[in-house]
Write a protein that binds this ligand. Structure first.
Ligand code: ATP
Length: 686
């Protein structure tokens, strides 16, 4: 239950990120803001490259995807329709002792001994007793000298005092206080009572709040008691005396197994839902009507603009809309560096496809995974693909994208969501994982990884929701379907009609608004299914949704490599090389004149820099030895260094206008003509 040791590899990565300017803590000079990160000079270049590569692969290199750049703040109705207002929440709980916040569903089950406490009260210490005695004496003396005092009351007061002294118990003190209040003399009684009552509140409290501590079996119970006393002290109970302790042994499957802080064993508060959307107000008045949200994903804008894009891009289903942009989630526990942030960027594609019933109507059958293409490795989209084949295709495409950035397949993992994990409208969801240094190991020591991207088959849920909430039709007209439907035998039409009807009814029932009746739902489902004959349907969607920041972190973790060398004097030095794929590397080449005090070398080196600059990001460096300059570029992840030396200037005539290219990963050097340099580098970085 001790605080887990920070992952050493992650510590090194975080420190390099700061030292070399990949990632800084946001607002660092003011102590930072949890869950927010800034990208420094190298990080900004890396991120830009990654987003460019995604955009290029997803839109410009394809005929069937169009781009979109929508606003961050949109109509709050969008988030009503998408379900985010009502259901986009994480279960949250707090440590009752340290107040540290946890996501309840991320707490690993723990076994051990639970020590339960029903409450506590202040123990009667000598110090407290002395203080009470003084107050009592004052009270009694005061009562005795009150001219309106009655003998019986005075006796009651004295009795309480003596009981108190005998029993060492607070209850007598409270009784005495009551007696004095009842007397109600004008002689400054109120002031005295107030003093006493403040004193009681401060010192005489008890708490019925139950608390518990989980200790690993074999640990001394004293540590549980210590935590419990701390808990009650925090609630104003001085020198707490714990109520009767109850002990319970629990296993990993016990309902309490996930209810304790893994770091200190303290009981956690009951989990409660916490909506992750950041709220703001549009306009000058902070009223309910002006509430808006910072988008928690980029996808919804794509659905909301579906019709506009369809009409202006001359696309036809199947086709996709891609968007890259900021998303905001008020995560309960931002963690693992940038992995779970509160402000991050997403790269999302919504790829709209025909429902399987439509494919079947047009093509007679649906190609699925059960009837795989003979070349499943490089599938070419086919007109008879249903959702399964498209889903599989996009998983493959996305994996290929990651490979192209230098993340080999063995650094990745997959998680196919189980039916229990899937949202009610989703047909499938495959997460592509990366094995981060903080990713957990299973019992066999295998690492599955953590999510980089989710590829979901979301049926027609999203467009249907926006159709229902906006009242604007989100369906498409397909002449091919209309023509094919008319030629289908009645039996086939009935079969497809029924399946489409059942799917619509299922969706409408599960997403019904409170005032919708079963009859209305049946009628709507019938109308929807009747649309098939007219060539109308609502497209389904496959959604590959990736996080830029998680990918950047994966690339950094994947690139990080260090070598420790010891010199003749036994002094060892660790050198870090960031082995980024040239495509993503912040700088593609370092350009060095051999010596900075030789104007001819400098001029030539600057000419080489200017030759390359329009095509790629290069770094010109003339400071320090060549070895130092190499080392600096190795840490920045620059794949090539180009040195301009005296041979470049023609000292050896046969080497005139040639440069030395040094390869980052193996230190190999080769001589190349300046005239061939651009083509050489472009080939490596494209
Ligand atoms: P998780 O289960 O890790 O919270 P998610 O399944 O909620 O992620 P999606 O809603 O599918 O995530 O978002 C798509 C992608 O956006 C994720 O795969 C991830 O790369 C990225 N992403 C989501 N939340 C965050 C976050 N808080 N910080 C950084 N990236 C995020």
């Amino acid at each position: 239950m001790a605080e887990p040791k920070e992952n050493l590899q992650m510590e090194k990565i975080v420190s390099l990120c700061k030292r070399r300017g990949f990632v800084f803590q946001s607002s660092e000079i003011y102590g930072g803001l949890n869950g927010f990160w800034d990208y420094g000079p190298l990080g900004a270049e890396l991120k830009r490259n990654v987003k460019e590569l995604w955009w290029h692969a997803m839109t410009r290199q394809r005929d069937d995807v169009a781009g979109l750049e929508a606003t961050i703040i949109m109509s709050p109705q969008i988030w009503k329709a998408s379900g985010h207002v009502d259901t986009f929440s994480d279960p949250m709980c707090d440590c009752l002792l340290t107040k540290k916040r946890f996501r309840a569903d991320q707490i690993e089950p723990q076994s051990g001994i639970v020590y339960h406490y029903p409450g506590a009260r202040s123990s009667f210490t000598n110090e407290l007793k002395q203080s009470l005695d003084n107050q009592l004496d004052a009270a009694v003396v005061f009562r005795i000298h009150d001219p309106k005092d009655r003998e019986a009351d005075r006796k009651a007061a004295e009795k309480s005092l003596s009981d108190l002294r005998k029993e060492n118990d607070l209850s007598s003190w409270l009784k005495l206080q009551e007696a004095i209040v009842t007397l109600g003399s004008e002689y400054n009684v109120r002031e005295l009572v107030e003093t006493i009552s403040n004193f009681c509140v401060k010192h005489g409290k008890s708490s019925n709040f139950s608390f518990a501590v989980l200790l690993a079996a074999g640990k001394p119970p004293e540590s549980a008691r210590k935590l419990a006393k701390e808990f009650y002290s925090q609630r104003g109970i001085l020198e707490p005396e714990l109520g009767e302790e109850r002990i319970e042994k629990i296993g990993l499957d016990h309902p309490l197994a996930t209810r304790f802080n893994p770091e200190n064993g303290s009981l956690l508060s009951e989990p409660r839902p916490f909506n992750l959307m950041f709220k703001t107000y549009v306009g000058p008045v902070e009223s309910e009507d002006g509430i808006a949200y910072l988008r928690p994903e980029t996808a919804q804008a794509i659905f909301a603009q579906f019709k506009n894009v369809l009409e202006t891009s001359r696309q036809k289903v199947p086709f996709g809309i891609a968007q890259v942009g900021k998303a905001f989630r008020n995560e309960v526990t931002p963690r693992n560096f940038t992995f779970r942030s509160r402000e991050f960027e997403q790269m999302e594609l919504e790829f709209f496809i025909k429902p399987d019933e439509v494919i079947e109507a047009i093509h007679g059958s649906v190609a699925t995974l059960e009837t795989p293409d003979p070349k499943p490795k490089t599938p070419e989209p086919q007109p008879n693909w249903g959702w399964q084949a498209w889903h599989q295709y996009w998983v493959e495409e996305r994996v290929r994208f990651y490979e192209g950035l230098g993340l080999s397949r063995d650094t990745l993992g997959f998680h196919r969501q189980t039916p229990a994990e899937l949202a009610h409208y989703a047909r499938a969801c495959t997460d592509i994982l990366f094995k981060f240094p903080f990713s957990k190991k299973d019992e066999q020591g295998n690492v599955a990884g953590d999510e980089l991207e989710g590829i979901a088959a979301r049926s027609d849920f999203d467009l249907s929701q926006h159709q229902r909430f906006s009242g604007k039709p989100m369906g498409v007209f397909d002449e091919e379907l209309r023509a094919a439907w008319a030629k289908l035998p009645k039996e086939k039409q009935d079969d497809l009609w029924k399946r489409y009807y059942d799917n619509r009814k299922n969706y409408l029932t599960k997403s019904a608004k409170p005032d919708e009746t079963a009859e209305q739902i049946s009628k709507q489902s019938t109308d929807d299914a009747n649309g098939l004959a007219r060539g109308q349907y609502i497209p389904h969607v496959i959604e590959p949704s990736a996080g830029v920041d998680r990918l950047i972190l994966a690339l950094i973790a994947n690139a990080y490599s260090e070598v420790t060398e010891t010199d003749d004097k036994g002094k060892s030095e660790t050198r870090v090389t960031m082995k980024f794929h040239p495509r993503v590397a912040p700088f593609k080449a370092g350009i060095f004149p051999l010596l900075k005090n030789k104007p001819d070398l400098v001029a030539k080196a600057q000419a080489v820099r200017d030759l390359l600059r329009p095509w790629m990001n290069v770094f010109y460096d003339e400071g320090g030895s060549i070895g130092k300059r190499y080392a600096r570029q190795d840490e920045a992840g620059t794949p090539f260094c180009v040195t301009i030396d005296f041979d470049t200037l023609g000292e050896k005539p046969e080497l005139l206008d040639t440069v030395t290219i040094r390869h980052r990963d193996d230190g190999r050097q080769e001589r190349l003509k300046i005239s061939e340099l651009l083509a050489f580098l472009l080939l490596k970085i494209r």
